[in-house]
Design a protein around this ligand. Sequence first.
Ligand code: A4P
Ligand code: MG
Length: 294
Amino acid sequence: MSDRISLTGLRAQGTHGVLDHEKVEPQDFVVDVDLWLETSDAVESDDVAQTVSYADVADEIVAIIEGEHADLIETLAHRMITRLSEFPVDGIAVTVHKPHAPIPHQFEDVSVTMEWWRTIEPDTYEVVISLGSNLDHPHIHIRSAVEEIGISYDVLAVSGIYATAPLLEEGQTPQPNYMNAVIMVRTSKELEHVLEDLQFIEDQHGRVRDARWGARTLDLDIIKAAHFASNSPRLTIPHPRAHLRRFVLQPLADLLPDLILPGQTRTVTELLRSLPETPRAARLPAGLAARQPL
Ligand code: A4P
Ligand code: MG
């Protein structure tokens, strides 16, 4: 909810106008101002420090009227909006009247009104996503998934693509090597939506979910998302196994070598060093791996 403070008919003299005599002979300027703001804290505390003091607003406006010359009342109104937007307000409307403007006809008033509204940036946060593929030209799946993610996310960085030996369950049928990468994006979407978007992209790539850790055309896992933590089977954040996996840590080290994953005490580089040498991960040559600077 936004409340409104109105100050009307504030009068002072200034030397504004296009004509020469207006630059030296002061004349009246009258200002009406509306400020939209949240006043609940001030109401609760009954403390003027928690709101905008109308006396301070009046001082600022009078200082502008009495201050530096402007040819136009539009300029004055703009100066007032600029100054008043430094107060904790959500919106401002300023009307500058010039009742004695040099108009050679009978008139009552001439004025300019300007409005301003604070734009509220939606909160954005960073999400780290791992990409994996070991079916049907894996590096093509990875590259196009990066592009598809980039359509609706602000891509901050993309790792190299690494050829990695498959990590399998004991006794699992052998699989082709994987290609793995990591992408870091910024978004204002809810994390649940991010998961839905990623699963949609997986489906577009013909992802079939049969056996656990089965071979796949595309796997997109959320590794970390700002400060979010979740334990549900549908979305476990941070990813509970990321810190144990070379195929995640190796590409992640391209982007965030000093990152300490939530719940860990060692950096990505240190975790990587502590893993057994196998399965190996080899960075693909840039030409094969990427058109972008992967
Ligand atoms: N889900 C829960 N948390 C998340 C999350 N943080 N990100 C849920 C994404 N999804 C999450 O996913 C199963 C369910 O997990 C989803 O419905 C989702 O809601 P899935 O992609 O169908 O299953 P999955 O990926 O096979 O399961 P899992 O256990 O996540 O597998 P991993 O850990 O991804 O391992 N070897 C190499 N070299 N490279 C690989 O990329 N990947 C795997 C799969 C095994 N070996 C590998 C690689
Ligand atoms: Mg997955």
